[in-house]
Design a protein around this ligand. Structure first.
Ligand SMILES: [Fe+2]
Length: 270
């Protein structure tokens, strides 16, 4: 048993879906890491960065207790004004933002819209951003930020950079791919062209980065599907027992669902 725990520390990571400011989900994820000896979490966006200070402090506390580090791939529900400021980036005038994740607490770092760096020796791409289907009901600067998604210039610059990149093994994103079956999320059902074209952009990113596996959040439901090139895709859910998966960084195999700790109540679904 001890040998297995040591091995998980080196090659397995916990990947978790949308959090939406719910610290109990971080507590549950940290407990799973403790149980299995995992030291690294990748969170797939809609963390609520810059939206609730109390939640962020609690997240750090839960992760610190178990010595786990979490990298957040930002989604559409982050405070993008604060995130851009963190990167010294203006989405209309700046060149591409710094590509490394920035530390926002001792055990939490956050990416911007694109970065590539290794985890356990595998090249991983981190693709932030998404489109809020309900953006017309939200208030700009309060609970919605227009830079949540890739604008035209960012798409052109980002794709040009990726053109010269070597293939990656894993992509972690918030946004889904165009082949998502949309059984859970509302995007395709409401036929929102902005959602569709942002998912199409992910398809262009896929064609350039040629990952072996892609994992994303945003759609609030667990799905396994394939994208062009027969690349496996895992969509993680949120609130219930479908928001966690374990990714073996050696074999790139995904184990899901992950049993939630006893204290965790799946009734957190909103
Ligand atoms: Fe989202």
């Amino acid at each position: 048993m001890c040998i297995s725990t040591k091995r998980e520390r080196t090659v397995k990571i916990l990947v978790i879906g949308d959090i939406h400011g719910e610290s109990e989900l971080i507590r549950a994820a940290a407990a799973v890491c403790r149980e299995r000896g995992i030291r690294k979490i990748v969170q797939l966006g809609d963390y609520n960065y810059g939206c609730a200070i109390g939640f962020h402090k609690l997240s750090e506390r839960y992760l610190a207790e178990d010595g786990v580090h979490m990298t957040v791939v930002p989604g559409n529900h982050e405070n993008w004004n604060i995130l851009d400021e963190l990167y010294g980036y203006d989405h209309l005038t700046s060149e591409w933002p710094a590509r490394e994740p920035v530390e926002i607490a001792p055990h939490i770092s956050i990416c911007h819209k694109f970065g590539i760096w290794p985890i356990a020796g595998k090249r991983c791409a981190f693709i932030g951003g998404g489109v809020s289907i309900d953006r017309f009901r939200r208030r700009q600067g309060w609970d919605w930020w227009p830079q949540e998604s890739w604008n035209h210039t960012e798409s052109e610059r980002g794709l040009a950079i990726m053109e010269s990149e070597e293939p990656v093994q894993v992509v972690f994103s918030h946004e889904c791919l165009p082949e998502h079956p949309f059984k859970w999320g509302p995007a395709r059902m409401l036929n929102d062209p902005a959602c569709d074209s942002h998912a199409e952009l992910m398809g262009e990113i896929r064609d350039r980065l040629k990952p072996s596996i892609w994992m994303h959040g945003h759609m609030h439901g667990f799905e396994n599907y394939h994208t062009s090139g027969n690349i496996p895709v895992v969509s993680l859910g949120c609130y219930g027992d479908d928001f966690m998966a374990i990714l073996d960084m050696e074999t790139l195999e995904v184990s899901a669902p992950v049993a939630v700790p006893e204290f965790f109540t799946p009734d957190l679904r909103k």
